[in-house]
Each structure stands twice: as structure tokens, then as C-alpha cells.
Design a binder for this molecule. Sequence first.
Ligand SMILES: C[S@@+](CC[C@H](N)C(=O)[O-])C[C@H]1O[C@@H](n2cnc3c(N)ncnc32)[C@H](O)[C@@H]1O
Length: 210
Amino acid sequence: METSQKEHWNEIYAKKANTELGWYEAKSSPSIELIEGCSLPKESRIVDIGSGTSILISNLLALGYQNIHAVDISNVALQKARTLLGGEEESARVNWIVDDITNPSAVLELDNVALWHDRAVFHFLTDENDQKIYRSTIEKMLMPSGFLVMATFALSGAEKCSGLSVQRYSVKSLKDFFGDGFKLIESLEHIYEMPSGDLRPFTYVCFQKG
Ligand SMILES: C[S@@+](CC[C@H](N)C(=O)[O-])C[C@H]1O[C@@H](n2cnc3c(N)ncnc32)[C@H](O)[C@@H]1O
């Protein structure tokens, strides 16, 4: 029987310590710098899609952001992420949402999103229809002038991650995919060093809607 995406990710998060994950970061950089560059009020709604156990949530809380939504297909990841924060009180300051971005439901309740963040999630969507659903969900959920901060494997990056195929992107191919409704504000190439010491080139973009 084929393993579902949810089972696949739940298994990984159940098996591995956070610091062993092939995408672990001690600081969510350069995401956090790109997010800060958007100069949003601290009460703005921020969605981190495919949040996993990312340190981004802790970094956002430390900077005073108050309206954070961590979304992931893996309930195991989000449960772990809660325990990695500094206790129940801190965890209660975040909205934890289990949802599948290729078939979204709870995410669709989140209107007026000021910033949508995605590090290493969109590139797993290799099916054209899933990619279209993803783009139209962002278009729907983002408020006018809202921001999309995204990191994908670069064209020179790996073809697989966690045993799954990925689609790799340049700044241009991301721009072409998201189209005229999204203005490119900033972009950069970033070399991420995995816990194993292997290097993974990423493409980072910040788009603004409208
Ligand atoms: C490579 S990890 C990146 C995690 C996190 N963004 C980070 O930078 O540490 C990919 C994450 O996307 C989640 N994910 C994969 N497919 C998803 C989907 N269809 N909907 C929501 N989350 C998904 C996985 O559970 C996993 O946490």
C-alpha cells in the first residue's frame, strides 16, 4: 500500500530528532531578515506553511509578532514544534493548524494574511494541478499588498529531499509561475549547510501582491 504524504512526514518527524533533520536551522535565516524587511505591524497575520518544527516560529515570537499561524500536514511535527517552544504559555501564542496545502480546508478560514512564508514546501509539489491550487490559495488568502516569502531548492540544487522528488526553481521561474499579480521585491541565492555538512543551494524570493 502506498504511504500517504501525511504518513510519510509523520514517520520522519517521529523518527528523527529536530537537529538531525536535513533542513534543520539553528536560526531561520535568511527568512527572518526577508520578513523583517517587509516592515509589517507586529499584529499582522503571518502564515508559515509546512512549518514543521522550524525555529522560525520562535524567532517570530522573539521579535514580537502576535498573529502567527503554523500550518503543516504532519500533526506529529506540530506537536513536536509546540514542545520545542519555551512552554505551554509560549505555545499558546501560536495558532497550530494541521492541513494539506494540496487540498486545503482550515487554511481557507484565514483571510487577510499579511505574509505567507514557505521554506522548502512548495518545491515538493511536482504535480501541475497541486501547484495551481497552491498559487490560487495564496492569491485568495493574501490581503492586498500582502507578502509572499518563499525558499525553494535552486536549479543547481538536489533533485530529491526526504526520498521525495522536488521541482527546482530560479528567481525567474518563480516569477513566471506566480505571474504579474506578484511583484518581486527581493531575491537571493543562499547556500544552506545540512547537519551532515552537505550543501544545498536555495532560491529565496519576496513577492508583494498587486
Ligand atoms: C523540508 S520540510 C521544511 C519544514 C520547515 N518549513 C523548515 O524550514 O524547517 C517540509 C515540510 O512541509 C510539510 N509538508 C509537506 N507537504 C505538505 C502539504 N501538502 N501541506 C502542508 N505541509 C506539507 C512537511 O510535513 C514538512 O514539515
